[in-house]
Structures are given as structure tokens and as C-alpha cells.
Design a protein around this ligand. Structure first.
Ligand SMILES: *Cc1c(COP(=O)(O)O)cnc(C)c1O
Length: 396
């Protein structure tokens, strides 16, 4: 068995995306800014990709800026809104405690420049409360940035309600929708989203390419100076092969959302109920308001890293949290934010599925996890203390 269950970290490229890219790596290599026929051919392709992405988000092509991925889009969205705010003496930003580091680290940078940041509580179920956002908005609030769906625990936020509040209060609303685009139905206009970040490699497109949607009238500050590409909002020759692959992958993902959601939800729930048969195990995040492919659990008395390595030796690729924090010994800021104590947050496991996973694989994962958790607990001095009542269980 060789099972890939780490689709929140990255996905396998779809055949359609690869086939769409190939001619642009081979024959159609012109620079879209060149006036000759090679350039014009590339420029036409670029425009068609922009229209295709706009159609998937139900917005206008002029509102699409191609970036190098989710991190860049998050940085540019936040820094652009902060620049608008600073010009109007508004230096307060609202976000949530469970954002991706691309958001949190950008906010840290702004704090050093005199911005004040309020992080909304994600509560035990990993979901922010619209009433708390409403109460946090001040006359000097320049931006609200709340992710669409969380990359670790999969919780889906009430985006249209949050967007409505921001619209009514006249505050710019950005959402990091990297985990949601291509997996959940999104309509930026209906959900009152002013800015949205997406990344192709999370929906079977290529790595290193993404989009920042910015509603007409929201000025973007360029992070990269140079040529006038992307209407002056992002300098540098466009990565046309990747842009074409992204547009194709997005169109394909959006067309399959209904089909994939029902398939994945069934696989996810089968996996969750199988794993929760293990005693002293708890699901992280809301059981219903979560991404169709996300499973995230904590086990009492287990070290997440050892579990991962043993699962890998059994052919299962999973994660203990986000790829960005693995390698560091700090437990996940998301698990701490939803109230998991340190010792439990260390014993976490994230399995993120794609439509390519099968029921047979799910059943194999369940038995491998059961076996491995038992094995690790039998070696653990903490588990021994728990069993002998020298310590009490955190997870009942
Ligand atoms: C993956 C991810 C990012 C970063 O996207 P890159 O394209 O890898 O830079 C940002 N936010 C979330 C929620 C993600 O899952």
C-alpha cells in the first residue's frame, strides 16, 4: 500500500492540468508582453486563463491578479489594505487566532509598524462567531481577514455572514480561501468578499502559482517592482505554463465539486468513526462544518511525530499539522487556540483526503492507526501512569 493522505499540504496534479501546460512549456513560449506573433499568442492564452479563473469565482477578469501562490496573495492583500488604512489613519486589523502563518506573520510585521491587531477566538469547535466580529469592529478598523477553511482542522467559517457585517460597516474583507477554492462553492459577490487568496497546488494544479482576487475599487500595492505586468500590480514575466495549468485545474475542480463532496464526505466520516473507536481520542474541529476531506484527531499519550514516522513505514503519508510547522517542536497554534493543552496538541494527526482515495485505503488507514497507537501507548511512560491512575486523562 502507498496511500497519500496529505492533500492539505499539496495535491497531485491532474492529468488535465499537466496536458494543458505542456504546449506552454514547449511550443508556445512567447512572452505575453512581446508585440510579435509569439508574444501575442501567449498574451491571448493569458487573457483566456484570466477569464476562466474569473468565471470560476464569478467575478470579472479585471479583478484577477496572478501571484506566486497563497502566501504571496495573503501578503499582498493584507499589506494593500493596510496601506489604504494608513492613508486614512485607520490602523486596526481584525483576524482570527487560527490563520495560516502567511497571514499571522504579515500581521506581526504590521504590528511593528504601529498597527493594532485583534484576533477573534475560534472557540472549541474552531469557528469564529459573527457577533464577536461585529463587536470587534472599530471606527479605525482597516481590514478584516478571516480564512475560509482551516488547513489543519478543516473548519469552515461563516464567510457570507462575516462578509455581510464588513460590508455594512464599510470595512475591507479578505479571506484566505486556499483550502476552500475548488473544494467548496464560492461566489465572491454573494458572500461580500472584497479580497480572496487562492493557490493552485491545493486543487490539483501546479505549485508556485496563485491568484489574488480584489474587488473593483480596492487598490493593490505591488510587492514586486519592475514591469507593468498584471496592470502594474505585480511585476515580472508571467508564469504562463503554470497559469494555464491552474486555470484548467480550477475549471475541472469546480465542475466536480458536488460529486467530489459527497464521495469525500462519506470517506471522511468512515475514517473519523473508525479512528474514534480508539479510546481516549478526540476529533479536532467541528464535526459538520468542516472540509469534505479533512480528518484531524488528538490521541492521549502519543507523540505525533513518532506516529507519523510509523505510519509512513506502513505506506501512509499523513501530517501532524501544517507542513510549515513540522520540523519545529512547537505544537500547532491552531490546536492551542481551540483549547487543546500542550501535551494533547503534540499527539495530533491530520489525514487530508482527495477524490483519488478509496474505501479500501480508508479501512487500511483505520487498522494501521489503531495498531500503531496501541504500539506507541504500550511503550509510553505517560500512558502507563494514566493506566495506573497516577495521572488523569485529558481526553475522556
Ligand atoms: C497552503 C496554504 C497557504 C500557502 O499557499 P502557498 O501557495 O503554498 O504559498 C496559505 N493559506 C492556507 C490556508 C494554506 O493551506
Amino acid at each position: 500500500m502507498n496511500i497519500y493522505a496529505d492533500n492539505a499540504a499539496t495535491t497531485k496534479m491532474s492529468r488535465t492540468a499537466i496536458d494543458t501546460m505542456l504546449p506552454y512549456l514547449d511550443r508556445i513560449y512567447g512572452n505575453p508582453s512581446s508585440l510579435h506573433s509569439f508574444g501575442q499568442r501567449a498574451a491571448e492564452a493569458l487573457l483566456s486563463a484570466r477569464h476562466s479563473v474569473a468565471e470560476a469565482l464569478e467575478c470579472s477578469a479585471k479583478e484577477i491578479t496572478f501571484t506566486s501562490g497563497g502566501s504571496e496573495s495573503d501578503n499582498q492583500a493584507i499589506l494593500s489594505a493596510a496601506a489604504v488604512g494608513a492613508r486614512n489613519n485607520k490602523k486596526h486589523i481584525i483576524s482570527s487566532a487560527i490563520e495560516h502563518h502567511a497571514v499571522l506573520h504579515t500581521l506581526d510585521k504590521l504590528k511593528k509598524q504601529g498597527f493594532e491587531v485583534t484576533l477573534l477566538d475560534a472557540h472549541k469547535n474552531g469557528i469564529v462567531r459573527p457577533g464577536e466580529l461585529e463587536a470587534a469592529i472599530r471606527p479605525d478598523t482597516a481590514l478584516v481577514t478571516v480564512m475560509y477553511a482551516n488547513n489543519e482542522i478543516g473548519t469552515v467559517q461563516p464567510i457570507s455572514e462575516l462578509g455581510k457585517i464588513c460590508r455594512e460597516k464599510g470595512v475591507i474583507f479578505h479571506t484566505d480561501a486556499v483550502q476552500a477554492v475548488g473544494h467548496l462553492k464560492i461566489n465572491v459577490a454573494e458572500e461580500n468578499i472584497d479580497m480572496l487568496s487562492l493557490s493552485a497546488h491545493k486543487f490539483h494544479g501546479p505549485k508556485g502559482i496563485g491568484v489574488l482576487y480584489a474587488k473593483k475599487g480596492i487598490p493593490l500595492t505591488s510587492l514586486i517592482e519592475g514591469g507593468a505586468q498584471e496592470s502594474g500590480k505585480r511585476a515580472g514575466t508571467e508564469n504562463l505554463p503554470a497559469i494555464m495549468g491552474m486555470a484548467a485545474a480550477l475549471k475541472e475542480a469546480v465542475s466536480k465539486i458536488d460529486e467530489n463532496t459527497s464521495r469525500l464526505t462519506a470517506l471522511r466520516d468512515r475514517l473519523i468513526s473508525g479512528i474514534l473507536e480508539i479510546p481516549h481520542t478526540v476529533l479536532n474541529g467541528d464535526p459538520l462544518n468542516r472540509l469534505p476531506g479533512n480528518v484531524n484527531v488528538c490521541f492521549e499519550g502519543i507523540e505525533g511525530e513518532s506516529l507519523l514516522l510509523l505510519l509512513d513505514s506502513k505506506g501512509i503519508c499523513a501530517s501532524s499539522g501544517s507542513a510549515c510547522t513540522s520540523g519545529s517542536l512547537d505544537p500547532s497554534h491552531v490546536l492551542l487556540a481551540i483549547g487543546r493543552p500542550h501535551e494533547i496538541a503534540h499527539g495530533s494527526l491530520r489525514l487530508s483526503l482527495s477524490e483519488e482515495n478509496t474505501e479500501e485505503e480508508i479501512d487500511y488507514i483505520i487498522s494501521a492507526v489503531k495498531e500503531t497507537v496501541t504500539y506507541l501507548r504500550n511503550m509510553s511512560p505517560i500512558w502507563k501512569d494514566l493506566q495506573e491512575d497516577k495521572k488523569s486523562y485529558v481526553i475522556q
